[in-house]
Design a protein around this ligand. Structure first.
Ligand code: FES
Length: 147
């Protein structure tokens, strides 16, 4: 069996929504201390609280690129609260799986989305439960949240 699913390869070769949003309403940046990969997620949110656009920049491995790409697909058109609930597991499932040693890359995608939502809430002065954004300095996957 191939190491990577067809979907992972597809998103790696032709990532969706790659780039930057100059007028983003929220920007999240996370990094992995161990591999040094960095992911930046930009979201645009309308007055109804729906994510109308999302772009990402990932300086990292192929799985980090594929999971960022899939994460953007999964949250565009969704209410911001739903983006907050996006789990790395949902991203992996949507990609038809990832090798076990690459699961941590999907955690980076989940954290980048959450960091962008937090930034959006902070900019708008929206009250939120800090527990939803309490990232450990370094979790069991070796991911560190910056900013
Ligand atoms: Fe760094 Fe994939 S190896 S995120």
């Amino acid at each position: 069996m191939a190491l990577y699913s067809e979907k992972v390869m597809e998103h790696f070769r032709n990532p969706h929504n790659m780039g930057k949003l100059d007028d983003a309403d929220g920007i999240g940046e996370v990094g992995n201390a161990k591999c040094g990969d960095i992911m930046r997620m930009y979201i645009k949110v309308d007055d109804e609280g729906v994510i109308t656009d999302c772009k990402f920049n990932t300086f990292g491995c192929g799985s980090a690129i594929a999971t960022s790409s899939m994460a953007t697909d999964l949250i565009i058109g969704k209410p911001i609260e739903e983006a907050l609930k996006l789990s790395n597991k949902a991203v992996v499932e949507a990609l038809d799986g990832l090798p076990v040693h690459k699961i941590h890359c999907s955690v980076l995608a989940e954290q980048a989305v959450r960091a962008a939502v937090k930034d959006y809430y902070d900019r708008r002065g929206v009250a939120y439960n800090p527990e939803d954004f309490r990232f450990p300095e370094e979790d069991e996957h070796g991911h560190v949240i910056e900013g």
